[in-house]
Write a protein that binds this ligand. Structure first.
Ligand SMILES: Cc1cc2nc3c(=O)[nH]c(=O)nc-3n(C[C@H](O)[C@H](O)[C@H](O)COP(=O)(O)OP(=O)(O)OC[C@H]3O[C@@H](n4cnc5c(N)ncnc54)[C@H](O)[C@@H]3O)c2cc1C
Length: 384
């Protein structure tokens, strides 16, 4: 079967869906290829954190744009997509990031006292030490609502098929070869998460994606769910882990908690070491007992996930191009989906690639932006 549309998007995770949505908004015809269920790979699960705090000042522009995008989606879809309860950060990330956030008129973030930490995070152990801040318009991303709304709004068929190869055509445009069809398009945007490096390789590009794995556990809240519950980014180290993050599930009856760092893969890189998973599970439960006594320290949900990180920064992302083929890669992309989707759609339709997205810009790396006032690497990989 031979099909065609203006643009093909490979992958119906949050980035591919946001890109397809932006393309349709711009009047393009779109085909989305997804080998599994939309929103079920790296984008799976019930919650993510939207935070403004980043080390690379260039990312503030991206999060501000995306925050506006999430609000626009909320209006359009008539659904809450980011909780109104903010993000509490503890530890050296506060010292590093709060001054930048306070300098920016478009971001509402402020230092808070330990007592106020407990107001926003009633699950936390008494009086956390050290610096704390509240990112007022950050919050928990309602991931399932976002995926469902985007899928429903697209009005384009999502082709349930695996893409095996992509190439540019000598006569112009690009060809997609999926399991049961060959299609021609003016451009192809590859948002295939853990599948992106392989498809890029087939098109002659070596992407420096570091493939790792992560485990995040959900714990029940003791007693009645609090009316308001912020997300947590903890780089304080005071609860026995160098870094951890947590975010409420819709309804606040459960809180998803993850530790900083990623998991070793077995040789071959296709599976995670089960012993490593058990060890992370035990450490996460121990962290919950120490830091979050408002939770029952017995997990009720697991989220195992690949992580596709760029080597220069945990929050880095970039776009590689081979003629009319675009490949996006990075980590912690959920929050950036609205702005990243717009940038990818613009480029696929012939606009300029945002200079921040060129791989040599090393977006996410504050050193590349000319500043290196990081206090240390103890808080590496606080995913959000
Ligand atoms: C535990 C954990 C916690 C996280 N927390 C946060 C957070 O708090 N905040 C945040 O912003 N980010 C967070 N992230 C990161 C964020 O979830 C991801 O960066 C984001 O979901 C990536 O979306 P994506 O659309 O690029 O990839 P994916 O969601 O992986 O989508 C790619 C899709 O492509 C499909 N695909 C792959 N290959 C092919 C092929 N050949 N043919 C057809 N389809 C294909 C896959 O099936 C998949 O559905 C977290 C990640 C993890 C693992």
């Amino acid at each position: 079967m031979v099909g065609s549309s203006d643009v093909a998007v490979v992958g119906a995770g949050i980035v591919g869906l946001a890109t397809a949505f932006s393309l349709v908004q711009r009047g393009a015809s779109v085909t989305v290829y997804e080998r599994g269920l939309p929103g079920n790979a790296q984008s799976g699960g019930d919650t993510r954190i939207f935070r403004h705090g980043h080390d690379d000042p260039r990312l503030l522009r991206w999060v501000k744009r995306s925050r506006r995008g999430w609000s626009e989606w909320e209006r359009r879809f008539g659904a809450e997509l980011i909780s109104p309860d903010g993000v509490v950060a503890l530890g050296p990330t506060v010292t590093r990031q709060l001054p930048m956030l306070c300098e920016d008129d478009g971001i509402d973030a402020r230092a808070i006292e330990p007592a106020e930490v407990i107001d926003h995070l009633p699950l936390v152990a008494d009086t956390p030490d050290g610096p704390a801040m509240l990112d007022v318009t950050g919050g928990a991303i309602r991931t399932r609502a976002a995926i469902e709304a985007l899928v429903a709004s697209l009005h384009v068929a999502i082709v349930t098929d695996e893409v095996y190869a992509l190439h540019t055509r000598p006569s112009g445009g690009a060809e997609v070869r999926a399991g049961g069809r060959v299609s021609r398009h003016d451009a192809v945007v590859v948002c295939a998460g853990a599948g992106t490096a392989g498809l890029a390789q087939g098109a002659g590009l070596e992407l420096p994606i570091v493939r790792e794995a992560a485990l995040r556990l959900s714990f029940p809240v003791r007693g009645a769910p609090p009316l308001r519950l912020a997300c947590l980014q903890d780089s304080s180290g005071q609860f026995g882990e160098p870094s951890a993050y947590a975010t409420p599930l819709p309804g606040n009856a459960a809180y998803a908690v993850g530790l900083g760092g990623t998991l070793q893969l077995l040789p071959g890189g296709e599976a995670v070491d089960p012993g490593g998973l058990t060890a992370v599970r035990e450490r996460t439960c121990a962290y919950v007992e120490r830091a979050l006594p408002g939770l029952v320290p017995v997990p009720v949900g697991h989220r195992h996930c690949w992580v596709t990180r760029l080597p220069w920064a945990d929050d880095g992302f970039a776009v590689w191009e081979a003629d009319r083929l675009l490949f996006v890669a990075g980590h912690n992309l959920y929050k950036h989906a609205p702005a990243l989707g717009e940038a990818l759609a613009d480029r696929a339709l012939g606009g300029d690639l945002d200079p921040d997205l060129v791989p040599t810009a090393r977006l996410g790396d504050p050193v590349s932006f000319g500043r290196d006032d990081r206090l240390g690497s103890g808080d590496r990989m606080v995913p959000s």
